[in-house]
Design a binder for this molecule. Structure first.
Ligand SMILES: [Zn+2]
Length: 324
């Protein structure tokens, strides 16, 4: 196992990147490099066990079920197991290039890695938010021939094509996603489908209304529109990679399609510690500059406005960097 262990070599003024999952570095999960499943970092594991059967690791700025840790969008943050997680940033690299090693770059990368991409593969990515952008860029980096970006916001689709390297785009408010993907793949379907949307999915049509209705009645906690589409579109024997976040239970899961067509699903909160050093090397080699997703920079005190902008996609907002 090779994790940070760099804190003892730090000097005043050094910069570190802190991964969003909290990991002890010593348990069975950590030894298997499954850091977001650390068995020792979630003090509220009993809550998660009630809902999920078993508990994942503690996570910064998430729910009480995942430890109730304060988030990192602050001037100071308390970092448990600081000798395990943080990665020291070499001099000479701007903050903006390494900041996303904490979360969204490794998350997008893991989403692509779980697709086990082979030369010539077509990968479809639902959701072109910041994580989706990194899933697209990573799929290209890992050798996909075609990467199809799916979203409804023009500026996100533009970014996916011009900056992340998507070869094709689908605006799901203008064209049918399934039909478009079949057209692009000769009726076969993408080799792997990445759900980078998760439970916040939005889509035109009756299923969206169905999910909103069931959520309002507390009969369903999550709204899995992108996931259903990803399963239905994926080629026989293909892989569905889920990096969009789900919290609880979903409805109308197309299990018949999933089982009969020998699909594989891979998922997880990102095991960030595993990816920070290799992805830092890719940044240093010039293979990728993660700052391409940044559309806005603000002071920390403007954060409430920033959240509003991000949610409403005002001013073509994709990613905001807060400067304390
Ligand atoms: Zn652990």
């Amino acid at each position: 196992m090779e994790v940070g262990r760099e804190v003892k070599n730090l000097n005043v003024g050094d910069r570190v990147v802190v991964p969003f999952p909290i990991a002890c570095g010593n348990c069975a999960a950590c030894n298997a490099e499954a850091y977001s499943l650390c068995e020792n970092s979630n003090p509220n594991a009993w809550m998660a066990e009630k809902l999920m059967g078993h508990a994942p690791s503690g996570i910064f700025g998430y729910s009480h079920m995942l430890g109730g840790f304060a988030g990192g969008q602050a001037e100071y943050a308390r970092v448990p197991f600081a000798d395990v997680g943080p990665l020291k940033v070499p001099d000479g690299i701007p903050d903006e290039k390494v900041l996303f090693l904490s979360d969204i770059f490794p998350t997008g990368y893991m989403g692509a890695e779980m697709c086990n991409i082979q030369r010539g593969d077509t990968i479809a990515v639902w959701g072109c938010g910041p994580v989706g952008q990194f899933a697209i860029a990573s799929a290209k980096m890992l050798g996909a021939e075609r990467v199809v970006a799916i979203d409804r916001f023009r500026e996100r689709l533009d970014m996916a094509r011009t900056k992340a390297g998507a070869t094709d785009i689908i605006n799901y408010e203008e064209s049918d996603v399934y039909d478009s993907l079949m057209d692009m793949t000769g009726g076969v379907g993408p080799d792997a489908c990445i759900d980078a949307v998760g439970t916040e999915a939005h889509m035109p049509g009756a299923l969206y209304a169905y999910d909103r209705f069931k959520q309002a009645l507390m009969l369903e906690t999550d709204r899995p529109l992108a996931l259903r589409q990803a399963i239905m579109a994926c080629r026989n024997g293909g892989t569905v990679s889920v990096i969009g976040v789900y919290g609880g239970f979903i409805d109308k899961f197309p299990m018949g399609s999933f089982m009969n067509r020998s699909l594989t699903m891979k998922t997880g909160q990102c095991h960030v510690h595993r990816y920070m050093k290799p992805l830092l090397e890719r940044i240093q080699n010039g293979e990728i500059d993660p700052s391409f997703v940044i559309t806005h920079q603000m002071s920390l005190s403007d954060a409430p406005n920033g959240y509003g902008m991000f949610v409403n996609k005002d001013d073509n907002c994709v990613k905001i960097v807060l400067k304390p």
